[in-house]
Every structure is written in C-alpha cells, then in structure tokens.
Design a protein around this ligand. Structure first.
Ligand code: GCU
Length: 659
C-alpha cells in the first residue's frame, strides 16, 4: 500500500516541498517497481503528485510507454541510485530502498529538466555516509538555555516542557523535508544531557521510539545524546569507569533494551569531559577508552558512537598566555589515532574554536588518518546572527569541506570524513527556522553532506527553485542577491580578520568587544593600544600553527603568507600592519564595518522591492528581521569601530563618524 504523504499541518510552511514542486513529476505516467516500506513511501509520493496534477502511477506492471520508471532492483540497503534518460523514458534504479527514495527527490529537484534531454547513465552516491542533524533540544525547559539550547526557531519539534509533544504529523513532514535534502539521521536531544533527558535512554525510550517511527518512512534514523555518567545516574553503579566490567555490562544491557524498542536505532552522541559534562578523564582513562566502551555496547546492533572532540579547558585563567583553547582538541585526540573502534565517529567542529563566522579549518580533521571522522557545523546561527540576520553559510561550510590537509593534491576534508553533522536550526516556528531565509542553511547542509564538493551557489539555486517554484526571474535574482553574499556581509560588520568572539557573553547575540576578554573561556583578542590578535605561531606564540601539516603550518606561521581573513587568528599585529590590498589593519577594520552595514541596508532594500512577488506572511517576517539586522549591524559597526579608535588613537582616513 502506498504510504500517504505527510502533509504539513495548517499554517506551517511547506519549505522546499510545496505541492507545486511536484508538478513536473505529477503530470507524467510513472511506473514504480520494487517492494518494501520505503518503496511504499516513494509510491505514495508519486501517487499524491499524480493525483494533484493529472498524471498516472502504476505499480510493478510491464513498462509500456511511461515517462518515468522508478525501480528497486535489490535489497542492499544502499543509498546510491542511477539515473538515465533514453527515448523519452527517465529511469531511476537503485539496489537499496533508500537509494530509490533519494532518486525520487533527485527527479523532483530537477523539475522539468528530468524529462527533457536524453542523457546516459549517471551514478549518484552520497559523499558522506552519515548526514545528521543534532538537535540541541531539552526535554524539560532548562533554566538558562530554555527548551532548545541555542535555538532561534521557537520551541522544540519533539519536546514541550518535560513531555513528548506527540505531534507526529509535523515530525513526519519534517522527516520528508530532511530526506529531500539528503539528511539520513537525527539526534533528538541536546548534547548537554541533563537529568530528565538522561532517561530517554532507559525508562523514556518509548518516546524516542515514537519519534523513530515518524522518521523511519523517510529513511531517517534516530540517535540519542547520552550522558557518560549514565551507569551511575540511571543504573545506580558506583562508577562510570569505561574499563570497569559492570559499567560495560550496563551499557550492553542498555543498548539491548534500546534496540528492542527501536530496531534501527542509529546510536549515541556523546559530549564528554567538555564544558562540565562527565567523561573518561574522571577515571584516568582516555577518550578512546570512553568511546570504545559505548561502541562495544552498540556494535552487535550496528549502532555508531558519535564522540565529540570539543574538549578544552573552559576554566582557564585569562592571565595564562600559554594555554590556547584552539590547540586543545588536537593535543587530546591526535595521539589517539588508531585506537578508536570501527563504529566510533570522532565528531570534530569544523574550526578549532566554536562556530565563529571565520575560523581556520580544524587541524584535527587532518591528524587522524586511521580514525573515522564526522565534521560538525552549526546550522543554528548561534554566532552568525541567530536567525535574525540573514547569513547563508553554504560558502563557509563548502570551504571547510574542500580544505586540503595535505596540500593541493591531497585528500580534502570532505573526502576524508565519513559524516557531516549539523547542529539543527529548526523548531516549532511556522517557518521551521524562525527566519524564513534560514531554511536555505538547512537545505544546503543536507545537500553538502550528499555532495561535499558541490558548488554552494548551485545548491542555493536548487533551494530557490524548489521553494519558489514559479518564481519570476526578478524574484530569483533578488533572493540570490540577498543570500549569496550574506555570510561575508555578516563577517564584515562583526569581529574582524578571524579574531572571533567579541560577542555578548552568555547568549552570544550582539557585540561586546571585551565581553570574553577576561573570562575563563579561552577566547581572547589581546587588543591593546598598539595592536590586536592572537599569536599562534610556533616561533613566538602558542604553537597552534604547527598542528597543521605542510604546507599549511608554514602558510599560517608567517605573516607574509597567512591569509588576511585569518590574520588576527594566527598573529598579533600592530594596527599599522599593511594587508595585501594595501590597507592597514585599522583602516580595513573601519572600512569593512561600514561596508557591512551598507551591504545589509542594500539587502534590506532588495527584499523590500520583492514585496509584490512574495506571499505576505513570509515577506513581513523577513522584512521585520531585516529591521533588526540593520539595527544590529549598526551596533556592531559602532561598537567595534569606537573600541578600536579609542584603543589605537588612529583616526579613520575617511573621517567618518566614529563615536
Ligand atoms: C557552544 C555553545 C554551547 C554548546 C557547545 C557545544 O559552546 O555555546 O551551547 O553546548 O558549543 O558544542 O557543546
């Protein structure tokens, strides 16, 4: 029986799957062949599209004249598919049911082009096997972090004030959106696992099972964040020592019960020894010991441990110039290469600090050739405008995935890694992502997981064409104009040249140049009257630059070769230091702040001009956010400029108003 297509609840935006996106498919004669649950999902999709647009779908009949054949020819569970078009017939074939589902969405994405010119056999397979969203959702409202930690899109899709929401219709629609952009896994609770959330692993596993049931028809596997201390807090053991036999037995039994409830459970996400979470250090054990203990419990069931490498001293003394937070993950994890079990993924943030608008690519991603790696990015815009500012991060993520750790010829991050994990930017907001244009981030991250070397601009165009299927040229051009350069615009009006932070402590929204300067978090800029930046060279600084293999260690070490956009991440320089474009650091800082504000204002104007072409609710929501973005951009510009004028005493060459 074809599975009915989950419809978005009344008042909720269809995002990149409006009915209209299915018109080209829905007017055709389609044959679906194969059997199994995901084939029923595919059949349901095609049937709904055909019912709406006048096409016809057959099941397993012999192929007389059809426009599209969707055929499952095996049961290997794979995600790959092939597509060809000959003599008027488009054929999608897969040897695994997930492949057929991805093949269907490939056809949807291509729109009319899927039925236009003939082409030979094309093979499509995911670049990264695991493409996961980590929801930082709390089950119970956290006194400081609320329902969703770093969430800017309303409440949680899953949890509401201590209970499961139970609105599975919306979750089914969510699963469908995720599958359509290539996401195949979700973790449904925060990496900071508090007391209530810890119990999802045991006596509250039925709530997880209900979510898994809603995600399963679209090929999305469910994962859980667990606390390393679970054997103690849930099991009443006196220790969580990963080498203790009773602890290992507890994890094995816990996993057994999880799989009894969720047979295709994906695995655990673990934040250990990080920002106050418990971990193996408490028992004098290594992170490999810790990860492997959990991996052993999951291995018989085919589960994976995503073990986060976000481990650093968050209680450092700002007076201590020898400790460098950027170094921490590499110092901890590089020596452990080869020690992790096969079903461990070491989950590494793309930069060494914490999702700043500009960071170098983490050296950890090149340092463990015998370890399976997951690259973690943040779709939720904690440090990039919190979904009040437009900041499409596709180009940044793409740069990270394309970064080569062994020189231009060596494998790039996107080839080395096995997974792309994004901290989710969704919530129960009617637009899913708070800012309607932030949907583009979610779409892009899924598609980059599938194809890490994709051109981000092409992915933006895909998102555009799906979300606004009948968009006149002017609308498409306008959307491209406001989104494509938005990351660089945001960078221009916030912290300069890779130095990072300078945000309000705690909530991280808005400027505060010295907000973290004398704090224990390890995020400093060291501005004084003469200069600014962190010396991370090997010769005179913290030695972080030497964590990279050549040629990068050399490139970052020297002021002559370090890219300007990362200058202050790697070096402390005088304000008069001259950049490649001939401007001094201080003048660049002033100029780019003003430029950033001007660009944001221009984008707001472009958006205003699109009013007649966009539905009212969406247009208003974005317009309101632009007002806040403009206010915020000016505040950033004025605070950063005033701060540095006062520190340096160097006036703006162009005499603009600085306070
Ligand atoms: C950031 C963020 C935290 C989060 C942490 C993490 O520091 O501000 O809210 O818990 O990252 O990635 O674990």
């Amino acid at each position: 029986m074809p599975l009915p297509v989950p419809t978005v609840p009344e008042g909720v935006d269809p995002a990149w799957l409006p009915d209209e996106a299915f018109r080209p498919l829905g007017t055709r004669r389609v044959l679906v062949r194969g059997s199994g649950p995901l084939v029923e999902t595919v059949h349901g999709e095609v049937a709904a599209a055909c019912a709406r647009f006048g096409g016809r779908v057959e099941r397993d009949a012999s192929p007389e004249p059809y426009d599209l054949l969707l055929e499952l020819t095996g049961d290997d569970g794979g995600e790959a598919f092939t597509c060809e078009r000959r003599a008027g017939l488009t054929t999608v074939t897969a040897t695994g049911a997930p492949g057929l589902l991805y093949g269907l969405f490939h056809v949807v994405r291509r729109g009319p082009a899927a039925f236009a010119e003939d082409h030979g056999l094309q093979c499509h397979r995911p670049g990264l096997a695991l493409r996961m969203l980590d929801h930082w959702d709390n089950v119970a409202v956290h006194p400081v972090m609320g329902q969703v930690e770093r969430g800017y899109a309303g409440g949680s899709l899953f949890w509401d004030d201590g209970r499961a929401r139970g609105d599975l219709a919306r979750i089914r629609a969510y699963a469908r959106l995720l599958a359509a952009c290539g996401i195949n896994a979700v973790s449904v609770n925060n990496v900071n696992v508090h007391a209530v959330e810890a119990r999802l692993l045991t006596d509250r596993i039925d709530e997880v099972a209900a979510l898994a049931d809603a995600f399963r028809p679209y090929g999305v596997r469910t994962h859980l964040s667990v606390t390393f201390a679970a054997p103690m807090v849930l099991g009443g053991l006196p220790t969580a020592d990963p080498l203790d036999a009773s602890v290992r037995a507890w994890w094995a039994a816990a996993a057994e019960r999880v799989y009894a409830a969720v047979p295709d459970f994906g695995g655990f996400v673990v934040k250990a020894d990080s920002e106050g979470q418990p971990g193996p250090f408490g028992y004098g054990r290594s992170h490999a010991d810790g990860a492997n203990a959990l991996a052993a419990a999951l291995a018989p069931h085919g589960g994976t441990v995503c073990w986060r490498a976000f481990v650093y001293d968050h209680r450092q003394d700002w007076r201590d110039r020898t400790t460098d937070r950027a170094r921490a993950a590499h110092d901890q994890f590089a020596p452990l290469d080869g020690e992790f079990a096969d079903n461990v993924l070491l989950q590494v943030k793309h930069g060494p600090m914490d999702f700043q608008v500009r960071e170098p690519v983490s050296p950890v991603l090149g340092a463990l050739p015998r370890t399976r790696l997951a690259v973690e990015v943040q779709a939720t815009q904690e440090y990039t405008g919190q979904q009040r500012h437009v900041c499409w991060l596709g180009p940044m993520w793409s740069e990270a995935l394309r970064f080569g750790h062994e020189g231009p010829a060596g494998p790039v991050v996107g080839q080395r890694a096995s997974a792309l994990v994004a901290v989710a930017n969704t919530g129960d907001d009617p637009f899913w992502t708070g800012h309607p244009l932030a949907q583009a981030n979610l779409y892009t991250v899924g598609r980059l997981g599938w194809q890490p070397d994709a051109e981000p601009a092409e992915l933006l165009d895909e998102w555009l064409a799906l979300t606004f299927p009948a968009a006149p040229r002017r609308l498409a051009d306008g959307l491209r104009a406001v989104l494509s350069g938005s990351w660089r615009t945001y960078e221009k009006y916030t912290a300069p040249l890779g130095v990072g932070f300078m945000v309000q402590p705690g909530h991280h929204y808005g400027p505060n140049v010295d907000g973290y300067e004398y704090s224990p978090w390890g995020t400093y800029h060291f501005a004084d009257r003469d200069g600014v930046g962190v010396d991370r060279s090997a010769a005179t600084g913290t030695g972080y630059a030497a964590q990279y293999p050549e040629p990068w260690a050399r490139v970052y070490e020297s002021l002559d070769t370090c890219p300007d956009e990362l200058l202050l991440f790697f070096h402390h320089v005088p304000y008069g230091h001259v950049l490649r474009d001939g401007r001094t650091v201080i003048q660049h800082l002033y100029d780019t702040r003003f430029e950033g504000v001007a660009e944001a204002a221009e984008a707001a104007e472009v958006w205003a001009s699109l009013a007649p072409l966009v539905d009212g609710a969406r247009h208003r929501r974005v317009a309101e956010r632009y007002e806040e973005q403009l206010r915020g951009a000016r505040e950033w510009c004025d605070q950063v400029n005033s701060y540095f004028l006062r520190k340096s005493g160097v006036p703006d060459e162009r005499g603009r108003r600085i306070y």
